[in-house]
Design a protein around this ligand. Structure first.
Ligand SMILES: Cc1ncc(COP(=O)(O)O)c(C=O)c1O
Length: 388
């Protein structure tokens, strides 16, 4: 099923049709922003097709049992986690919800702690909100990503840092936070009265057990923000959600959503897509994960065979291959130019995700094996051109 190549060009899709915006050239084979080339699951397509037979497209609602049950059922089924459905809210996107909560839980010029390298939209959002991005570095220890806990606590202890924006699992490293790590984070945040926003949009494509954020302390200022959009490849349908524990924060969020921002009527196809995916998409998701893991294994085998000095550790989560090319000692800018100009391939440069990403590339493997093969062949040739 996932081997089938579907031509996405001409659908106004960012991945293929607008690759020129980031890479300066059109008609490149893209391994860029995180969406996949796969068709959405049959259950989602059926729900959408059924709804499109109805000709009336008036305002719609998310605040009903069917939506809330689908989300809470999913967390119970996949992560054995029980959430209070009354704390669930809808939002148009994960970033919208995070941005609203940051405005609620911090003042201008205050700091939001993030783990770096970081998803580039976090930095842009914090700059736009006039907040400081306070960086806690992740570093590789063996095959795992770790952090300096002492330094982390120093950052949390500064009174101007009022929020931790956790990316769980972490983009771009693919780190899956263990329950013990999450509990330790929670205790430190409680000690220093730091609110926690846990972005779990990558939770479903995890190759290690994922633990949803559930407060883990008496601190009420926390939110788990997520979406079905990454897992089922439906971001064009729009929609995200959050569990916001604190009643006052949740109510303020809803007032802002409706009265300040005018966004409380959700796109109905997004609501139906989520419900179908969470109610009936489990098997598809498991098959997808197997396929993606095979893609990672292919990349590992092939790269390490061609360049024995490289070691590519398959991430604990996500379809994003975060590949360190430092041992090759090549000019990363030159590599990018060669990939784009000569081999017509677009792969994200690690530097987009901060200084620590300088020697990395981030290659999106959410596509057919054949496409991954073409991308990796181009990468190998481009590297060979540079090291010869
Ligand atoms: C960690 C993370 N958060 C949020 C998003 C974007 O989510 P949305 O489009 O719902 O704002 C992405 C997309 O790549 C992501 O990787």
């Amino acid at each position: 099923m996932f081997d089938k190549e579907i031509d996405r060009r001409g659908t106004y899709c960012t991945q293929w049709d607008y690759v020129q915006d980031r890479f300066g050239e059109a008609d490149l084979l893209p391994f860029t922003i995180s969406d996949m080339d796969f068709a959405a699951p049959e259950c989602v397509l059926n729900a959408i097709n059924e709804r499109t037979k109805h000709p009336v497209w008036g305002y719609s609602r998310w605040n009903h049992d069917d939506y809330k049950d689908a989300v809470t059922y999913w967390f119970k089924k996949r992560f054995d986690a029980q959430f209070d459905r009354e704390t669930l809210v809808y939002g148009p996107s994960v970033i919208y919800i995070i941005s609203q909560l940051i405005r609620q839980w911090s003042a201008e010029h205050q700091g939001v702690v993030i783990h770096t390298p970081a998803y580039d939209a976090f930095g842009h959002m914090l700059t736009g909100l006039n907040r400081q991005a306070v960086k806690c570095e992740l570093f590789k220890s063996g095959t795992k990503y770790e952090k300096d806990w002492q330094q982390f606590e120093v950052l949390l202890a500064k009174p101007e840092n009022t929020i931790l924006l956790l990316c769980s699992p972490h983009n771009p490293t693919g780190k899956v936070w263990t329950r013990e790590e999450l509990q330790r984070i929670a205790l430190l945040c409680e000690r220093h009265q730091v609110a926690v926003i846990s972005d779990e949009i990558h939770m479903d494509i995890s190759f290690q057990p994922h633990t949803p954020w559930q407060g883990f302390s008496t601190n009420e200022r926390w939110a788990l923000v997520s979406s079905a959009s990454k897992s089922f490849n439906i971001p064009a349908l729009n929609g995200a959600y959050a569990f916001i524990a604190d009643t006052e924060s949740r109510e303020r969020y809803l007032v802002n959503l409706k009265q300040v921002d005018g966004l409380s009527s959700p796109p109905i196809l997004g609501v139906l897509g989520l419900m179908a995916a969470y109610n009936d998409g489990e098997q598809w998701l498991d098959e997808l994960k197997d396929y993606l893991l095979d893609n990672h294994q292919y990349v590992k085998r092939t790269l390490e065979h061609n360049f024995p000095q490289l070691s590519y550790d398959i991430p604990e989560a996500t379809y994003l291959a975060w590949i360190n090319l430092a041992p090759l000692n090549i000019d990363m800018e030159e590599l990018n130019i060669r990939l784009v100009k000569q081999y017509k391939v677009a792969i994200m440069q690690g530097s987009h995700y901060g200084e620590q990403g300088q020697s990395y590339i981030r290659m999106n493997l959410g596509c057919s094996r054949r496409k991954v093969e073409r991308g990796i062949e181009a990468l190998i040739q481009a590297i060979n051109d540079l090291i010869r």
